[in-house]
Design a protein around this ligand. Structure first.
Ligand SMILES: [Mg+2]
Length: 367
């Protein structure tokens, strides 16, 4: 074990069915019942499902129509984001009692680096247990946790004993854990990538490990080297306490699907106005404009263009977005349009040296 290798103790905390659990907490009548947070209209989408609803195959991001078909007794509850934010704040303040290195991924998920922590507790496993107990005590909600040497493994591990459980992958277990892991459980491998992996004969971490970096880059582009490294336990991304946004965007879902580009231009104007407001508020400009098109069958298409200079002006963004809209023929009628700006002037080019070393396990490292 070389001294440069940053062996860390990372916890990924993830609330269980967060929005749905909050609704069941606040409204006892909903407890034990299949509920979905989201709109019940024809155009509604489920943003969270209770575990009772998941038994019927109701999932987040599913259309409400399909959810109702899967589970006829499903109860739809309107989202109350202010309430979720309030609880999220409560949870974060618990995290900060242990470490300032907290990186929220969303309202209900965060990474914590507890290698050095305010309680002087050498065991990340026990810290995770304590944090989950505190969350339950103070909010009445269950959380799960994953504990390991990097963010990637912690994130994957938090799913394993969910709900209301935790899983530690100790340094000496990392290699076998990753080798045995099903490819669809790798964080960053979505449905489409998983299918591509299957076609290449990659079903487990072990299969992935047998491929060269060149092979993976050839088939998966930049992500190839990410896959090559994570399966070897290499993921040096630090827990970033102050999240600098990578992109700023605005989008709109329409009441009726649009099939004419003329109507879409009008909507793009509204969206770029909204986007400009957001950019001005934080004094942000960016170089890459991305147009997101969600079709009525829910398939997603994104088109991007990178300019040689920073822009934040509504007219310039709109001009680029128009160009992207006309770049390709539309496949179907459109239910949502979004525009985002990335490659922001706020991004500091971090020059963290990537330490490339395979995890070795000789060191006694208390977890
Ligand atoms: Mg969650």
């Amino acid at each position: 074990m070389s001294n440069e290798f940053p062996l860390r103790k990372i916890i990924h905390v993830d609330m269980d069915a967060f929005y749905a659990s909050v609704e069941q907490l606040d409204n006892p009548e909903l407890r034990g019942k299949p509920i979905a947070v989201g709109g019940s209209s024809d155009r509604g989408v489920v943003s969270a499902a209770s575990y009772e609803a998941r038994k019927y195959g109701v999932r987040s991001a599913m259309s409400s129509v399909l959810a109702k078909r899967n589970c006829p007794d499903l109860i739809f509850v309107r989202a109350r984001f202010d309430r979720y934010k309030e609880i999220s704040k409560q949870i974060r303040s618990i995290f900060y009692e242990y470490t300032d290195l907290v990186e929220p991924l969303s309202l209900d998920e965060a990474y914590l680096d507890v290698t050095v922590n305010k309680k002087g507790n050498p065991s990340a496993t026990l810290i995770a247990k304590e944090i989950r107990a505190r969350i339950l005590q103070e909010t009445g909600l269950n959380a799960s946790a994953g504990i390991s040497i990097n963010k990637f493994i912690a994130k994957v591990a938090s799913d394993i004993n969910k709900p209301n459980g935790q899983k530690t992958v100790n340094p000496e277990e990392v290699v076998s854990f990753l080798e045995e892991l099903e490819i669809r459980k790798f964080y960053g491998v979505g449905k489409v990538t998983a299918e591509k992996m299957y076609r290449l004969g990659i079903f487990t971490g072990n299969d992935l490990k047998s491929k060269t970096e060149g092979f993976l880059e050839e088939h998966f582009g930049k992500s190839g080297s990410y896959y090559y490294n994570v399966v070897r336990g290499i993921h040096n991304s630090p827990v970033k306490p102050h999240r600098i946004p990578k992109s700023v965007g605005a989008e709109r879902t329409f009441n009726e699907n649009l099939s004419s580009e003329i109507f879409m231009l009008e909507r793009l104007e509204h969206i770029t106005n909204e986007l400009e407001k957001r950019l001005k508020k934080s004094n942000i400009a960016g170089k890459t404009v991305t147009l997101k098109i969600k079709y009525s069958d829910f398939t997603l298409n994104t088109r991007s263009k990178t300019l040689p200079y920073f822009i934040s002006d509504q007219k310039l963004i709109l001009e680029t977005a128009k160009e992207l809209l006309y770049q390709e023929k539309l496949q179907n009628s459109v239910r949502l349009l979004g525009i985002s700006l990335a490659n922001l002037n706020t991004e500091k080019k971090e020059r963290t040296k990537e330490v490339k070393e395979v995890v070795s396990v000789q060191l006694k490292f208390e977890f």
